[in-house]
Design a protein. Structure first.
Length: 155
């Protein structure tokens, strides 16, 4: 003798094989592809500018601005399917990138000026830390509301 009012509705567990988990895995893979292309673009431009004698903070800033434009476009359109351009999303994206640039420059200065690493080696050391921080912030803050269904944009 059970009452329907006391029983919890039967729902499948949201495990690794769930549609939501598979969708998130696809997003993570796409973000990784865009990220690798951005890191490659960013690093190549940074290395080229360093080879041309550009001061490393300026070289890093220029390389990141170019990579940011590329990353915003491809992550918005392909990775997160966040719809058309929105100024509020762009502002969040640029805010994350600016924070990552500032952190990157501080870490570069520490590794180059204090630890004595080469400019290219220092960037290679800093890169994984910045990439992880950027992914987490972009996924959770910049695009999170759009891909989690809070804006009406299909995921």
């Amino acid at each position: 003798m059970t009452s329907g009012a006391l029983e919890a509705p039967s729902r499948p567990a949201a495990g690794l094989g769930s549609p939501a988990a598979r969708r998130e895995l696809r997003r993570a893979i796409k973000y990784g592809v865009v990220g690798v292309s951005n890191v490659t673009l960013d690093f190549a431009i940074y290395a080229l500018l360093i080879a041309l004698g550009v001061w490393y903070p300026l070289a890093k800033t220029v390389s990141l601005v170019i990579a940011t434009a590329n990353g915003y476009t491809f992550n918005r359109i392909w990775t997160f399917r966040a719809g058309t351009h929105r100024n509020d999303v762009l502002v969040r994206y640029v805010t994350v990138q600016a924070f990552c640039l500032a952190t990157n420059l501080v870490l570069l200065a520490l590794l180059i000026e204090w630890a004595g690493l080469g400019k290219i080696t220092a960037q290679a050391v800093v890169l994984p830390v910045i990439a992880l921080a950027s992914f987490l912030a972009q996924r959770l803050w910049t695009f999170g509301p759009l891909v989690d269904g809070h804006s009406g944009v299909a995921s």
